[in-house]
Design a protein around this ligand. Structure first.
Ligand code: WT7
Length: 656
């Protein structure tokens, strides 16, 4: 193994075949069927995607060429014309799905509503006409800063309908973060609400918009469209701010979908780089529509009778691809929930599953670890027997959390799809197809058909079985990002130059470490920026953390390296304990020993620190960069604006 790769130390041998009755009814029914699809797609990716594009989507005009690849710039379905809002709405209206539930919405205070496809179509058309009246034209960027209410999806679909790219900014972001993103995107208009409910309190969204726009700090924004939700009373600036319920009065619900070029920009979504300003990830229309459509259909194995629930926020790519576009393009019933598990009702997710008979449930490892901590008596008190499929996304899931999810939430009968992907990839890349691919706890299993993944060293050579290396994609796919908004050069540097092209082949660099086992299963080991080098061994954080979390006293763990004269680095573990465990020196020794037993002496943390909470981003990822500074006794520097709770950092600094 070369210096530049990563060593893999964790062994996990459990495997779960798809239940026979699940496979029988699945879209993809067996491993053989998956492998045939995969091989066919690999032999001729263009033919594979073209066939699906023809079968699964409606086009106003067919493309001339399937793929134009001028590395690193790809165009899919060149000169094809379509509209994703049409594919998500209009085309269902001429079928029996016309009066099927498209969106089921549950608000945090307990209010709820349902939109059929016909109703949603009307709302979207009216909304689109209001945007036009406010001067929004094809090509104008629209900012969306909304709570998780149906109007957030309506706003996205309305923008798509008239060809105005949206940029959704997560409602938890501050006024400054909002301002920077609106400026970068040169947004013409902002759609927001007075506020939204989250964890029993009102998030004052309109107030943040006012701060972001104060003193014309975003000169391009002419109007703000405000949806009424929380009714706490907000400032409305004359001429600039408008209530949606006022402007919609008397507005026509007839608004034909604009024919868009396949490569017209659908949206910009900002994702934080490890350093520097956020990157505006650009996705376009045709390829993204097809890719989210196909992954939703096969990975969630959708059936028309399903109630499907993805717990993400529309402010993240998961909300774009798997609450709105993928499910609606398939004519599915997508459930949207406003809030988050909250002190007044920590079991509220299980209430929602019972109330609506949810069949498919898609959430994040950070949420699963919080469920474990809250206790299994909560889900046990509800009827979860409607569930037939579970999913996870966002981080590597440690095998113990996977097992808990499988046993307690899935009742041992539901396959789990552990989906590895990124804002940049648009949709699932490594994932089980649940009727076909046996699962292994902690592995995202195998590539989606049409995805040519690999684990390589920095020269682009495939590494051996079970050797760690860099996760890379060797061929374009329809859902891939097209560029960084306004910065082609950053796009090239960030994703295409870490591994230089080899024999004319380009490598998309995902920034994650991984290994492939003897069955061709991928095990993602975390961000390569987080790799710890101990005495010449390069260890991924995921495996050491998994070993720690497999100890019954540990709820959550994050490990980082601290510079050490002798070993290069010493491992420092930050740990939150299970609710009823008391911290002690003896426990620290026991945990060190536990990692020694699970992995080996090399991975034993030199130092353990207990803490009530770990610093996380608003999407629930642990910010190891901050922990690295703390472990080294340095001031925390760099961008901390994506931190969910700043007080966590102060507590850690005080050495709790
Ligand atoms: C990064 C992308 C994709 C939607 C949500 C996050 C990590 C994501 C998994 C998984 C291991 C995962 C990776 C990836 N990640 N899913 N199933 N197993 N790691 O989107 O914010 O763009 O983050 O999340 O490190 O690179 P994102």
């Amino acid at each position: 193994m070369t210096e530049a790769t990563i060593e893999s130390v964790l062994q996990e041998n459990r495997s779960f075949p798809p239940p026979a009755e699940f496979s029988q009814q699945a879209h993809i029914k067996s491993l053989e069927e998956y492998e045939q699809l995969y091989d066919r797609a690999k032999a001729d990716p263009e033919a594979f995607w073209a066939e699906l594009a023809e079968q699964e989507l409606d086009w106003f005009q067919k493309w001339d060429r399937v793929l134009d690849w001028q590395p690193p710039f790809a165009q899919w379905f060149v000169n094809g014309k379509l509209n994703i809002s049409y594919n998500c709405l209009d085309r269902h209206l001429t079928t029996w799905r016309r009066n099927k539930a498209a969106l089921i919405w549950e608000g945090e205070p307990g209010d709820s509503c349902t939109y059929t496809y016909a109703q949603l179509h009307r709302e979207v058309c009216q909304f689109a006409n209001v945007l036009k009246q406010l001067g929004v034209q094809k090509g104008d960027v629209v900012g969306i800063y909304m709570p998780m209410i149906p109007e957030a999806a309506v706003a996205m679909l309305a923008c798509a309908r008239i060809g105005a790219p949206h940029t959704v900014v997560f409602g938890g972001f501050s006024a400054e973060a909002l301002r920077d993103r609106l400026n970068d995107g040169k947004a013409k208009l902002v759609i927001t609400a007075d506020g939204g409910w989250r964890k029993d309190t009102i998030v004052p969204l309109k107030e943040q918009v006012d701060k972001a726009l104060a003193e014309k700090a975003v000169p391009t924004v002419a109007h703000v469209l405000v949806v009424e939700r929380t009714k706490q009373g907000v400032h409305m600036e004359a001429g600039r701010d408008h209530w949606w319920h006022d402007l919609r009065q008397g507005v026509s619900a007839d608004c034909p979908a604009e024919p868009m070029d396949s490569e017209d920009m659908l949206f910009i979504l900002y994702t934080s780089g490890s350093t520097g300003k956020p990157k505006g990830v650009v996705h376009t229309t045709g390829g993204y529509n097809l890719y989210t459509h196909m992954t939703t259909k096969w990975v969630f194995d959708l059936r028309d009778t399903d109630v499907y629930w993805c717990t993400a926020d529309v402010g993240w790519i998961t909300g774009h691809s798997y609450i709105v576009y993928g499910p609606l393009s398939n004519g599915a019933t997508s459930l949207m929930y406003e809030g988050a598990p909250r002190p007044s009702n920590p079991g509220c997710f299980w209430d929602v599953i019972e109330k609506y008979g949810v069949n498919i449930f898609y959430t994040a490892p950070t949420a699963i670890r919080a469920f474990i901590k809250a206790g299994e008596h909560l889900p046990k008190a509800r009827d979860l027997s409607s569930l037939r499929l579970l999913g996870t996304v966002g981080e590597p899931i440690n095998p113990e959390a996977w097992m808990w999810y499988h046993r307690v939430i899935g009742g041992g009968r539901c396959p789990i799809v552990d989906t590895w992907w990124q804002t940049e990839t648009g949709g699932h890349m490594l994932t089980p197809l649940p009727g076909a691919i046996p699962t292994k706890p902690g592995s995202a299993t195998r590539p989606f058909p049409g995805i040519l993944a690999d684990v390589v060293d920095l020269e682009g050579n495939s590494v051996g079985t079970n050797e760690g290396g860099y996760l890379a994609i060797r061929y374009p796919w329809p859902g891939m990002m097209r560029t960084v908004y306004g910065d082609d050069d950053r796009f090239r540097r960030t994703y295409w130059e870490h591994i230089p092209p080899k024999d004319g082949q380009y490598f998309y660099f995902a920034g994650d470490g991984a290994r492939k086992d003897a069955d061709g299963y991928y095990w993602v080991m975390g961000r390569v920026d987080d790799v710890i080098n101990v005495a010449g061994h390069r260890l991924g954080t995921m495996e050491i953390e998994s070993a720690l979390v497999s100890h019954p006293a540990v709820a959550e763990a994050a490990v980082v390296g601290k510079p050490d004269d002798l070993k290069g680095n010493e491992i420092v573990a930050f740990i939150t304990l299970d609710g009823n465990v008391t911290p002690s020196e003896a426990l620290k020794a026991e945990l060190r020993q536990h990692v020694g037993n699970e992995i080996g002496a090399i991975a034993r943390p030199g130092e353990i620190r207990f803490s009530d909470a770990l610093p996380k981003t608003r999407s629930g990822k642990i910010m190891r960069r901050l922990l690295r500074s703390l472990a080294a006794g340095q001031e925390v520097s760099g961008d901390t604006s994506t931190l969910e709770d700043r007080s966590v950092l102060d507590k850690l600094r005080e050495g709790v």
